[in-house]
Each structure stands twice: as structure tokens, then as C-alpha cells.
Design a binder for this molecule. Structure first.
Ligand code: FHN
Length: 613
């Protein structure tokens, strides 16, 4: 789909025009308007209608709050490793013992209006709160199960009702997280293998009928209009069962969205993995949930807060790929959002106040790859350069074909001097901007380019002004082995499940400044995941030269926008490219170690000017 038709579709422009012209016709003919009948819309049109607010939102607050905030990561004097909201599972706590937490749960300091105000001031447009997480405890007054905050705790209030009222007042959408498969409190649900060991005795359909469907019905009946239901972890659920949930939500509230994690690709939009940010030109509407520290539910020993700069950069990165950034907070058992989260949200809010134009209502980056200094968002006639690493000698952007009319810093509207050189013979385009020496904003300084016409760029993978070329795995041409499922890309665009050495990839790229280049392979390591896997060997071939080497851990580098995924750099050797022009680089596995579950994984291959690596 072209950028133009995509951005039209995304802004809902087509439907506004249709409704608008319809209204006008009726007015001209002097007829009374018939009430809008949504039953006449096709399934696709209904989804488009539902997605309208979501596409504009860009930024939401996720709240993980439940009984688990009472132990806050500690059980019987021992710190339980892992996520705070998983303490029941990680500690194999019997249902009868975990239930007792409800007697201590009295979050008297909970103040819905304050939480909603915090979200609003941070620039968030929706709130997704855990109405029931995997522990099975309902955080609202449910009549389906007494295991809920109103009936089972001394609190005797319904925080979802209070939030619904507060959110309605300030125009924020309230949305509910609901764990549809895992429910460690219920014998027939998924997940509790310590109390309910015998899987053959489990009747998952019964749990769906007797708990999930009636509770989802309550949530969509008693709390006013709900923006979306955020289902999660679709384990052991059939396609028919996921579809029934989707249908139930849409029957009760046709405008309510269903998250991608309902299962089987049936949601209204896609959900990236936790703390994962999608790359490239993402085809479906999407959202990513992100933690501010390491856990979702409050955990007293988790002080690993991400700096505000990372949060702002991630928000922008997600926006530049057309997605929504859902940033989590985990209130304490008193009902308070931890101060480090409050501080960060305020800082994000102040940044957005100055720079919101470059986030809300923007289109995706015209480049399918990331740029070395930051990220791009767009609007008709405007290109927003989000500069994270402020260069000392001005900024050069390659590949933009539009004539630039004006360049300025968004904050304060400060005019910048620039020159533009468009050499269509050599197919080389460059805008060079003179910049103040100090970064105007330590988190993200936004430069605006006012351009003539719809933004158009050179789609080639090209050498950047610093001389390097990055060849991301997800932009490679994949040569599949016949009949094999094989190599695929995760939502970060990283190649995985590359187990067959007959599969290989290649890229075309453009060099404008020839020279000697070191070739490095980037793989990645998850902070709290499995250990880094390498040791496979590959052959890289480009410009008539061949390098065979092992993928090793020569050096680790921070991923500038995501502390969860470090880069692991493997040096493969040096090549010489003596002329400007188009080249191909191929990467073929020699050996893939069989004991590695994900096989050969790959973030990108980079050509770096010799010695600069
Ligand atoms: O298991 C849950 C986890 O506790 C948390 O709710 C996250 C949020 O995306 N979702 C699941 C894991 O992906």
C-alpha cells in the first residue's frame, strides 16, 4: 500500500468525507436525517470505525494492580524472583493461602481522579487496568465470583467504577485488561499446576462459560463505554473460543476494541511482545506494552527505573511505526502509583507539551530502517526529525527527495540554516542543517522540515553520512528452503528459528563514499530471558569478497531505545569497496548449532568504515 493511501486510511479521512457528503445531501434536499445505523456496516467498516480513536491515541497508561501488590514480591520472608504479579505462580502459593491476602488489601489512598489526572497530564489518551489478572482476583464488584475487591477485602469500594467516572469526566478512555485463559484460582482454567495438577480433569470450556463470559459481560455492562478489552496470554484456547469472546465484546459494545492477545489473530489490532517495539512498515494497527522498571505489578525490590529519555524515545519510535505505546504503572497495596513513575510521567508530559505536534496524528517514518541519530515522524508537508544523539557538526539527512522550504526547532520555533543538494543523476539526496552546539532537549530535540509535496524518499538501504551501512534482518530478501516453515521474524524484526542452513538472506545496498569497511553481525540478548546464543558460523559475500567466520560475542552495546535488548557485536572481517554504486551482500549459514532452540538469530549486518568499529 502506498504511503498516501495508508495515511488516508489511518486518519479515517475516507469515512469522514463520506459521512460529510451524506449529511450535506440530506440538508440540501431538506430531508430529516435518518439515525446512523451501524448494523449496515461491513465487518471491516466496523473495525475501521472502532479503530478511529486508537489510531489517534498513540499513548496509553497500563495499570497492573491486584492482590499481588500486598506481598510486593516477598513471600514468607523470601524475595520471589520474577514479575511481581506472578508471585502466586512463581512461589507455587496454594489458592487457600493466596486468598488470605484479600483480608489485608485495603488501598485507602487509591484516588481515581488523581490517577486519571496524572495520565491526562502525561499526554496519555487511554487507561488499561487489570480487571482480573492471572491470579483470578477481580478488581471490581463482580457478582459472578465473590473473589473480588468489593466482597473479599476491607476496602469495600469498586475502583473500576471510580476510575470509569473519573475518566469520563476528563475524556480519557477506560479499558480493561482481562486474563481470559490463565486463572490460577480456578480448577478448570490454565496455569495452576500446583493445586490443580491433573490436566485431564480440567474443563476449560466450563471456566469460559461460567467465569470469563459472565465477567466480561459485567465489565461491558456496568462501567459505561469501554475503549478496549485487553485479553492476554491466549494459551490453550481454540480459535472458536477466541472468536466467541470477540463476538461477545462486539455484541455488548460494538465500538469496543479487542486486543491482539485474544488469540489466533482475531483481535482488532496487533499486540507486540512485552517491551518489544515493532520495526519497518507495520501493516496492521498495533500497540506495545512496556514496563517502566522491570515488573508490571508492584514489587518493592524493583528499582530499575528506565530513564525518562528512554520512555520518550520509545514513545516516538512506536509512533514512527504507526503504533501505540502503552506504558505501565504498578500501584502499591495502598493504591498509590510509585513516585519514580509519577516523576517520569510528569517529565514525559512536559516534553509532549512542547512537542506533541510531532507525535499525535503523525504518519510513519518514510524510511523502513532506523537512522543513526534518531527517528522520523511525518505529517503532510512536514518531516519531524527526533534527534536523540545531538551531533556536534550539524546534521545531514540522506535520501529525502522533497524540496525543503524551511528548517526549525519545534520547541521555540527556532529557524535553522540549511543547504540541500539533490543530485538525481547520481540518485543522491542530502539536506545539511547547521545546529546549535548544545542539544536543546536532552531527551529528544525535534527539528521540523517544511517540505513541498508528499514526502518521498530513496527506498534503498544506503550509506549514512557517518559512512556506515546497516542491513536490518527484516529488510533482507529471504531465500527459503523448499517446503520448510523455517526462518521468521519476531515483532522486533529479528530473524529467528533459522535452523536450516540451506536458508539464506541477501540485501541490496548503495555506497556513495567507497573505502575499507569492517563487517559486523548484530545479534541481541534479552535482559531477563535466555542466555545469549551464538557460535554458529556464516559466510558473508559482497563486492566479490568472501568472509567466513563464527558469530561470537566480541562486544555488547546498549540498544539506544530499549534496555531490554542489548546488542551483541560479532566482528566478521574487512572488505574493500572501491567504487560508489549498488552492491549485494549475502549471508549464508555454514553451521547452525543444533542445540540452540531459536537457531541462528540476526538483528542486522553492518558495514562500518574501517577502524571506526
Ligand atoms: O503474563 C503477563 C504479564 O504478567 C503481564 O500482564 C504482561 C503485560 O503485557 N502480559 C503477560 C505476559 O506477556
Amino acid at each position: 500500500m502506498s504511503l498516501v493511501s495508508r495515511s488516508f486510511k489511518r486518519s479515517g479521512f475516507i469515512s469522514i468525507v463520506l459521512f460529510g457528503s451524506c449529511l450535506l445531501c440530506s440538508f440540501v434536499r431538506g430531508q430529516q436525517l435518518a439515525p446512523f445505523d451501524s448494523t449496515k456496516l461491513s465487518a471491516d467498516e466496523l473495525r475501521e470505525k472502532r479503530l478511529k480513536w486508537f489510531r489517534e491515541a498513540r499513548f496509553g497508561m497500563m495499570i497492573h494492580w491486584g492482590l499481588y501488590s500486598v506481598p510486593a514480591g516477598e513471600w514468607k520472608g523470601k524475595l520471589i524472583p520474577g514479575l511481581g504479579e506472578w508471585i502466586m505462580n512463581r512461589g507455587k502459593i496454594p489458592v487457600g493461602e493466596y486468598e488470605q491476602l484479600s483480608k489485608q488489601f485495603d488501598p485507602e489512598k487509591f484516588n481515581a481522579a488523581e490517577i486519571v489526572r496524572l495520565a491526562k497530564d502525561a499526554g496519555m489518551k487511554y487507561i488499561v487496568i487489570t480487571s482480573k489478572h492471572h491470579d483470578g482476583f477481580a478488581m471490581y464488584h463482580s457478582t459472578v465470583s465473590k473473589y473480588n475487591i468489593y466482597d473479599a477485602t476491607p476496602f469495600k469500594r469498586d475502583p473500576m467504577k471510580e476510575l470509569a467516572d473519573a475518566a469520563q469526566k476528563v475524556g480519557i478512555k477506560l479499558c480493561f485488561y482481562y486474563s481470559q485463559t490463565q486463572d490460577w484460582h480456578e480448577p478448570d482454567a490454565v496455569g495452576n499446576d500446583w493445586d490443580f495438577k491433573d490436566d485431564s480433569k480440567k474443563d476449560f470450556a466450563k471456566y469460559l462459560k461460567e467465569k470469563v463470559e459472565p465477567q466480561v459481560t459485567e465489565l461491558l455492562t456496568n462501567y459505561g463505554p469501554i475503549g478496549l478489552i485487553w485479553f492476554d496470554t491466549p494459551r490453550n484456547i481454540t480459535k472458536e473460543q477466541s472468536q466467541e469472546l470477540v463476538d461477545l465484546v462486539h455484541k455488548l459494545q460494538p465500538d469496543c476494541l479487542v486486543s491482539g492477545r485474544v488469540g489466533h489473530g482475531l483481535g482488532d489490532y496487533d499486540s507486540a511482545g512485552d517491551n518489544q517495539i515493532s520495526v519497518g512498515q507495520v501493516k496492521r494497527d498495533w500497540e506495545t506494552p512496556v514496563t517502566m522498571n522491570d515488573t508490571w505489578g508492584f514489587k518493592k525490590d524493583d528499582t530499575n527505573w528506565k530513564p525518562t529519555s528512554i520512555l520518550i524515545r520509545q514513545l516516538v519510535q512506536v509512533a514512527s511505526r504507526g503504533g501505540n505505546y502503552l506504558l505501565n504503572v504498578g500501584p502499591t497495596s495502598e493504591g498509590l502509583i510509585p513516585q519514580p513513575s509519577v516523576d517520569r510521567l510528569k517529565e514525559v508530559g512536559s516534553w509532549l507539551k512542547m512537542n506533541s505536534e510531532s507525535v499525535y496524528g503523525t504518519g510513519p517514518s518514510p524510511f523502513s530502517y532506523e537512522l543513526p541519530w534518531g527517528i522520523i515522524t511525518t505529517k503532510p508537508g512536514k518531516v519531524y526529525l527526533h534527534v536523540f544523539d545531538w551531533p556536534q557538526n550539524g546534521l545531514v539527512l540522506f535520501g529525502l527527495k522533497n524540496k525543503v522550504k524551511r528548517a526549525y526547532l519545534l520547541a521555540g520555533n527556532v529557524k535553522l540554516k540549511f543547504t540541500q543538494k539533490n543530485d538525481s543523476m547520481a540518485d543522491h539526496y542530502a539536506v545539511s542543517m547547521a545546529l546549535p552546539t548544545a542539544a536543546p532537549d536532552k531527551n529528544d530535540s525535534v527539528i521540523v522540515l517544511d517540505t513541498e509535496g508528499d514526502v518521498s524518499v530513496d527506498p534503498a538501504l544506503m550509506q549514512q553520512p557517518d559512512g556506515s551501512v546497516t542491513l536490518p534482518a527484516f529488510l533482507s530478501n529471504v531465500h527459503k528452503a523448499a517446503g520448510e516453515e523455517g526462518l521468521r521474524f519476531d515483532s522486533r524484526g529479528v530473524a529467528e528459528r533459522w535452523l536450516n542452513k540451506n536458508e539464506w538472506v541477501d540485501w541490496n545496498y548503495k555506497i556513495s563514499k567507497p573505502g575499507d569497511f569492517d563487517i559486523v553481525v548484530l545479534t541481541s540478548e534479552q535482559k531477563y530471558g535466555r542466555d545469549w546464543e551464538g557460535g554458529h558460523s556464516v559466510t558473508l559475500e559482497t563486492a566479490g569478497q568472501k568472509l567466513t567466520a563464527k558469530i561470537e560475542n566480541n562486544r555488547k552495546e546498549e540498544n539506544p531505545t530499549n534496555p531490554y535488548w542489548k546488542y551483541v557485536i560479532s566482528k566478521m572481517g574487512r572488505v574493500t569497496i572501491d567504487k560508489p554504486g549498488q552492491y549485494t551482500l549475502s549471508l549464508k549459514p555454514e553451521t547452525i548449532l543444533a542445540d540452540k532452540k531459536l537457531g541462528l538469530t540476526l538483528v542486522s549486518v553492518k558495514l562500518v568504515p574501517a577502524g571506526k568499529n
